[in-house]
Design a protein around this ligand. Structure first.
Ligand code: CA
Length: 423
């Protein structure tokens, strides 16, 4: 095997629904990465561009061992994120995914945290070489959800690990050995949520790297483009192969796209009020510790909330509880409540928001039990998504009294975080 190099192209689009691009992407002859920021308002793009700009500086470092270089750069970038949060409480909770490939002597060192993805296309076969750090992926690993069901799950965008400026989240680090002819794709979930793997394989293989990047982004937009969509495409070639002057990478310059490519702008400091804020699902994407210890954490937080309530700072805890929602039965009907389902003497912490017209009795027995116990939701949107799913299950029961075995029965609901503190 002779020496290798690669052609590259980076492309992003804000998508059809969002006003801001919170993704940052980068491609050079040595490094490829994507960072998908989260945190609402301007914080998500600040997070992804902070990580991107720190990593970009590292691109010039040549002498250290690649794994050390990459891990060190991620640490510095994460520390920088922590400093920004310490300086400006209005960006508390911002964070970013990161998927980075550092090329050195024919080997990619991969660093990955979050739900952005890296794929390899070799001989027409597409392989995802990163593993999503998401709630639904843990359910797939446990065997309680199929990959197809995961794509439709109401909590599919819930991330378990991301760079948050704290010390407790580490990136996966490993090596990937490329071959001549391989194509690599790094993408944000704005692509992988919209476009199936089969279509990704087709688009990624089309034309040269620039044309493949355009096909992929166009594909995501044609499928709805609900999120920012960013792709980094690389094609492995022999190091001595001539460069096609038509390619965007022919000038040898790095390509930076998305949030990190915009001019720096000052923070407004206008943090949205905790209550009455707009419900941006990006804000709700990351649930600290959700999954194995998530329920425990949530109830710990609730318990802490009530301790505060009881010692006199009652208003803050009450306000917090009113940003929570749950789905439960009211008068035989699936209903959405605001608040939390814990009883504190003399204080009512939940109120009915709406009834949904779905009769609890028309649900499959397992889902009836869930509704009777109450299903927690982190937002009104999330509660609505749970109701939509229940509505689908109820309809199946009503229209088909003797249904043939359904391809997707209750497991999707069974995958919801348990509303019970006893799990
Ligand atoms: Ca995204």
């Amino acid at each position: 095997m002779g020496d290798l190099s690669f052609r590259y192209a980076a492309l992003t689009d804000v998508g059809l629904r969002r006003h801001e691009n919170q993704d940052s992407g980068y491609a050079s002859s040595r490094m490829l990465f994507i960072a998908d920021g989260m945190g609402g308002a301007a914080a998500g793009d600040l997070a992804s561009s902070t990580i991107a700009n720190t990593l970009r500086q590292m691109d010039a470092e040549v002498d250290a061992e690649p794994r050390e270089v990459l891990a060190g750069a991620i640490q510095r970038a994460n520390d920088r994120l922590g400093d920004l949060i310490a300086d400006d409480p209005s960006v508390e909770g911002m964070g970013t995914t990161l998927t980075a490939l550092l090329f050195d002597q024919g080997v990619f060192t991969v660093a990955h945290i979050g739900d952005s993805r890296a794929y390899r296309l070799r001989g027409g076969e597409l392989t995802q070489i990163t593993k999503d750090h998401t709630f639904v992926q843990t359910l797939v690993d446990e065997g309680s959800l199929t990959a197809a069901e995961a794509r439709e799950h109401p909590h599919k965008s819930l991330i378990l690990r991301a760079l948050l400026g704290r010390a407790d989240n580490e990136a996966d680090l490993y090596e990937e050995i490329p071959q001549v002819g391989d194509r690599y794709l790094l993408c944000s979930d704005g692509l992988s949520d919209m476009v199936t793997d089969a279509d990704i394989a087709q688009f990624l293989g089309e034309g040269n790297v620039d044309q493949a990047a355009v096909s992929l982004v166009t594909g995501a937009l044609e499928m709805g483009g609900v999120d920012n969509v960013t792709v980094i495409v690389a094609e492995i070639v022999a190091a001595d192969s001539p460069v096609d002057p038509e390619l965007s990478c022919a000038n040898g310059q790095p390509q930076l796209v998305g949030a990190a490519a915009k001019l720096p702008r000052p923070r407004t400091g206008n943090a949205p009020l905790p209550s009455g804020r707009s419900l941006d699902d990006e804000e709700l994407r990351y649930a600290p510790g959700e999954g194995k210890s998530g329920t425990r954490t949530r109830w710990l937080v609730i318990a802490l909330g009530f301790t505060i309530l009881l010692i006199g700072a009652g208003w803050a805890a009450y306000t917090w509880s009113q940003d929570q929602y749950f789905v439960a039965d009211f008068d035989g009907e699936v209903s959405i409540y605001r608040g939390v389902q814990t009883e504190v003497p003399f204080i009512d912490l939940s109120s009915l928001v709406s009834q949904t017209g779905v009769e609890t009795a028309t649900l499959p027995p397992y889902n009836q039990q869930l509704v009777d116990g109450g299903i927690t939701a982190g937002s009104l949107d999330e509660a609505q998504a749970i109701v939509d799913e229940l509505r689908g299950l109820a309809r199946i029961e009503t229209i088909e009294p003797n249904p043939s075995p359904s391809p997707s029965p209750s497991p999707q609901i069974s995958g919801l975080p348990s509303p019970s503190p006893s799990s």
